[in-house]
Design a protein around this ligand. Structure first.
Ligand code: SAM
Length: 290
């Protein structure tokens, strides 16, 4: 493919090259438009109203086509994912932020806005940093902390925080061994603890699409079938010690385990425990008060 071509030729080339991979014409169009946009900055109005516009793709078109055909998510190919109004850097060590996590972040924003005293928030398993970075751009009067077990994810979340000028203390922590973490132990109590921990069962792998299984980090996703709530139990135990009275614990959950999560929260003495549904009507979030 020439380095300089018309935008319509590029678009038609992509649609043709991806037609077998995306037999659904609508999906093919959407993906091809997104690739044109990434490569040239042109959007659909340019394709329609200015088809002969000469463009100079900023990356190798054939290489992108090959990666898409191998089911690599566009978010990794473009190193960019949308989270509410943020555009976050993404690479293979971080989960691509999901729409249900946007709902969780919005719920917490609502909580933050109702607090009189400057709160302190911890996000456990921060990945791209999507939750605290979004909150910090909307609500500045809060001390934000975030941790992850993946050093690469920590580097990526720091890069994203820097992009948005977010003042977030991001550090390494294996939450399953939180007792040994000197940073965590040195911090005063929190007002909000949030986590979207790994919650997909190993046995659910067979139901998942190849683009998730082959490209997203398995440490971010999977838990053993014999202990699906391992992260929830450990984080709830931690939160029971490290939340101020009246503080809140927010989880994103596996829709299968709403009742078990509630039982766990109650067992650790939390009150006002609730499960909330996502926009698809699935049990997806829990909230509980210390
Ligand atoms: C489902 S991802 C959530 C990422 C991000 N918060 C989001 O919502 O997109 C779970 C995250 O937990 C991290 N994680 C896995 N095991 C952990 C552990 N033992 N301690 C701390 N973080 C862990 C993973 O590296 C991953 O970033």
């Amino acid at each position: 493919m020439d380095s300089k071509i018309t935008v319509s030729r590029l678009y038609n080339f992509l649609k043709q090259a991806l037609s077998e991979h995306f037999p659904d014409a609508n999906e093919n169009q959407i993906v091809s438009r997104r690739i044109v946009n990434f490569l040239t900055g042109c959007d659909v109005s340019d394709i329609v109203t200015n088809p002969d516009k000469i463009v100079n793709p900023c990356a190798d078109v054939n290489e992108i086509v090959d990666r898409v055909k191998k089911s690599e998510p566009l978010e990794y190919i473009f190193n960019s994912a949308q989270f509410l109004d943020l555009e976050l850097f993404t690479e293979h060590s971080v989960l691509i932020p999901r729409p249900e996590t946007e709902e969780l972040a919005l719920m917490i924003l609502n909580d933050l806005k109702q607090r009189d005293v400057k709160p302190k928030l911890l996000d456990i398993g921060t990945g791209s940093g999507c939750i605290p970075i979004y909150l910090s751009t909307k609500f500045k009067n809060c001390d934000y902390y975030a941790c992850d077990i993946s050093e690469k994810a920590i580097a990526t979340s720091r890069k994203n925080a820097e992009k948005y000028g977010s003042d977030i203390n991001i550090f390494y922590c294996d939450i399953l061994n939180y007792q040994d973490n000197t940073i965590l132990n040195s911090l005063e109590n929190f007002d909000i603890i949030v986590s979207n921990p790994p919650y997909v069962l190993d046995s659910e792998k067979k139901l998942m699409k190849q683009n998730v299984l082959d490209y997203e980090p398995h440490t971010a996703l999977f838990v053993r079938d014999n202990d699906p709530l391992i992260f929830y139990r450990k984080i709830t135990e931690f939160a029971a010690k490290k939340l101020n009275n009246g503080g809140k614990l927010y989880f994103e959950i596996n829709e299968k385990f709403g009742k078990e999560t509630l039982d766990l929260l109650t067992e650790f003495g939390f009150k006002n425990c609730n499960i909330c549904k996502d926009l698809f009507g699935k049990d997806r979030m829990s909230v509980a008060e210390k």
